[in-house]
Design a protein around this ligand. Structure first.
Ligand SMILES: Nc1ncnc2[nH]cnc12
Ligand SMILES: [Zn+2]
Length: 353
């Protein structure tokens, strides 16, 4: 429950989530349970791994993106069997459905698993089982975005892309797009030109993390050199006041998948009040509000909506525009978009009556 008069409205508002790493929804309790199940040794020299509670406490003190990523990669090392991946994804879908997420486009990091001997097909098929259950149980539509890791060589991304393509995961719709995540500053967008060119040539959608810790020109390069169709985070464009880039994002209706609580937790901004929400709205940039790694940052999508409302006190009309923009920026079918826009109208009308 958040402390805002619009709580009931924000809870009921149909939502689309576009920036959530499934591995980032691994809650410490499940992490410890799976470590015990698979005999995975967690780092004994780090007191954070003494218990789920100690780990949660450590998650309150990330210094920056790379500090977080260290824990993120250790955490996901407990995912080994197909059932682990399915349970992880289904737990996220269940939580998201309870917050009225009606459509979710979720990331996963195959290289972090295949490097430990887990087959790509095991990961994808297990997530697909969870997706089918989410559709049946909650009427939630979902899509998978396969991310490559920026701290690994380009060759690995190219190999993983080729494997996914050869196994037919793009052609059969199992994978909706490619993305790129992990450490940002040492790995600017142009480094990934070849894998983005290969995806574009095959007609595959493309997004990338840029402008989270890295400067605005990483975003410009992602548009110019990678022909990225969506930008994950991108807030540095607004914070640096890069007017040319901001008008370009607005006129091209490029979706920025923003993550306010994540930005505070990773010290990209000092507080939610510093999140460039008013600039996004004033410039007419299309954006969505997302949880990024909810188990690590202490908030799912609803907590992100509420945190913004507590700081910015938006009107119902402004929330309607944000909610509809996030549907319009989704990669689901036009028919599904129409359904979701109608669902938003119903909730807005109910609230206004
Ligand atoms: N916020 C983030 N930035 C970059 N890579 C990530 N991987 C998981 N969360 C991430
Ligand atoms: Zn992210």
């Amino acid at each position: 429950m958040c402390n805002t008069s619009l709580h009931t409205f924000l809870a009921a508002l149909p939502k689309a989530e576009h920036h959530m790493h499934l591995e980032g929804s691994l809650e410490p309790e499940l992490l410890f349970e799976l470590a015990a199940k698979h005999d995975v040794t967690l780092p004994s020299t780090d007191p954070a791994f003494a218990s789920p509670a100690a780990l949660r406490q450590r998650y309150d003190n990330f210094q920056n993106l790379d500090d977080f990523l260290g824990y993120y990669y250790i955490g996901m090392s407990v995912l080994i069997e197909g059932s682990d991946f399915e349970a992880l994804a289904y737990a996220y879908f269940t939580k998201a459905a309870s917050q009225n997420v009606r459509h979710a486009e979720v990331f996963f990091d195959p290289q972090a698993h295949t490097s430990r001997g887990v087959e790509l097909s095991t990961i994808v098929e297990s997530f697909k089982r969870a997706q089918a259950r989410a559709e049946t149980d909650f009427g939630m539509t979902t899509q998978l975005i396969m991310c490559f890791l920026k701290h690994l060589p380009l060759s690995g991304a190219l190999e993983t892309f080729a494997q996914a393509k050869d196994e037919g995961f793009f052609a059969d719709g199992s994978l909706a797009a490619i993305g790129m995540d992990s450490s940002e500053l040492p790995f600017p967008s142009p480094m990934w030109k070849d894998v983005y060119a290969a995806a574009k040539e095959s007609g595959i959608r493309r997004t990338i993390h840029a402008g989270e810790e890295g400067p605005a020109h990483y975003v410009t390069q992602a548009l110019d050199i990678l022909d990225a169709q969506r930008i994950d985070h991108g807030i540095r464009a607004l914070m640096e006041g890069d007017d040319e880039l901001i008008s370009r994002l607005a006129s091209s209706k490029t979706l920025l998948t923003t993550c306010p609580i994540s930005n505070v937790k990773l010290q990209c901004i000092p507080s939610i009040a510093a999140f460039p929400l008013k600039k996004l709205i004033a410039a007419g940039v299309r954006f969505s509000i997302n949880s990024d790694d909810p188990a690590y940052f202490g908030g799912y999508i609803q907590e992100n909506y509420c945190a913004l409302q507590e700081s910015f006190d938006l009107s119902v009309g402004e929330w309607e525009t944000i909610a509809k923009g996030s549907i319009l920026g989704s990669w689901c079918s036009e028919e599904r978009k129409t359904q979701l826009l109608n669902e938003i109208d119903e909730v807005v009308n109910e609230h206004s009556n």
